[in-house]
Design a protein around this ligand. Structure first.
Ligand SMILES: [Zn+2]
Length: 303
């Protein structure tokens, strides 16, 4: 749970279930991005007519499709924008994680500072705004791959070019189906680059198609049409053929299956029928430790 003492507000936490858990005196709830481990209780925010969800416009599109949260319930904040509240200011930065993900810096009028990274990958949008982040009194930090130095990731661009080379190599696309593992939201840079390189929309679940149609513009890259030849599904589907019917499984066993995940270092030896790539929307081990050194937060909570 992230509760900012400066803002007296919750971040990625929606405790509407129990009124006595609501310590906040304001009605603002901050959402960094819409992955399921960050949206617990969000649907219940509909039961509180005063609750306002502060998030990016992309995240507001995602939660509209996933939870039926109307856009009027969201206060949109864009990367590099600040919102002034009575006793504090919230700055949003591009967290370089999934599309629309934000990192928040909370500052009191007296100069105290808190940083909530949400999920993030260290990169230009964050390194360009270090002045804002440095010297925080407290930082809540995405520490997903911080525990073990086996989690080394090349840049996402390098991994994308390796994956596209594999897809286009002899006997693969278009003669075989291509399956790529991804969550409902995320890995957009990879999927968009593949879609552009192969000049096709990518088959996805109906919900995923609707999410990216709602976001719109250049991100409308998914289709319900199985003739696409390129498919995206969950890691359980792509790695273990879970949730696929018998006919689908037969077809999928012949497919080229790619799982881009930060956990590749642990998985690639176990599943020789799946191509693992250490592609991640989170920091590698070295990136997260570099970030800790740069920020020099007085207190650190790893999450
Ligand atoms: Zn996430």
């Amino acid at each position: 749970m992230v509760f900012s003492t400066i803002a007296q507000s919750y971040f990625d936490e929606f405790p509407f279930r129990r009124a006595d858990h609501r310590k906040t005196s304001t009605d603002f709830y901050f959402l960094s991005h819409a992955h399921s481990d960050h949206t617990s209780g969000l649907r219940l925010s509909l039961s509180d007519p005063d609750a306002i969800i502060v998030c990016s416009k992309e995240t507001s599109a995602v939660i509209k499709v996933l939870f039926g949260i109307p856009k009027e319930k969201c206060l949109i904040i864009s990367p590099n924008q600040s919102l002034d509240f009575d006793k504090y200011t919230v700055h949003a930065l591009d967290a370089n994680h999934c599309l629309g993900s934000l990192m928040f810096v909370i500052e009191s009028k007296k100069g105290l500072k808190e940083v909530y990274t949400g999920d993030f990958r260290l990169g230009k949008p964050i390194l360009d705004e270090l002045n804002l982040i440095q010297g925080a009194n407290h930082m809540w930090l995405d520490y997903t791959y911080g525990t073990n130095d086996i989690f080394k990731f090349p840049s996402r661009e390098e991994m994308i070019s390796e994956m596209i080379s594999l897809i286009l190599s002899e006997d693969n696309y278009p003669s075989r189906d291509i399956w790529i593992a991804a969550y409902q939201v995320g890995k957009e840079l990879l999927l968009k680059t593949i879609s552009e390189a192969l000049k096709v929309k990518i088959w996805a679940s109906d919900v995923k198609v609707r999410i990216y149609k709602e976001i719109g513009g250049e991100w409308d890259i998914f289709t319900n049409d199985t003739d696409s030849g390129v498919f995206v599904g969950s890691r359980r589907m792509v790695e273990r053929l879970h949730g696929i019917n018998k006919d689908g499984q037969t077809r999928m066993i012949d497919a080229l299956r790619i799982s881009p995940t930060g956990w590749s270092a642990r998985l690639r030896k176990k599943r020789l029928d799946v191509h693992f790539f250490p592609y991640s929307d989170h920091c590698s081990y070295s990136e997260v430790h570099e970030f800790i050194k740069i920020v020099k937060a007085k207190n650190l909570t790893k999450i």
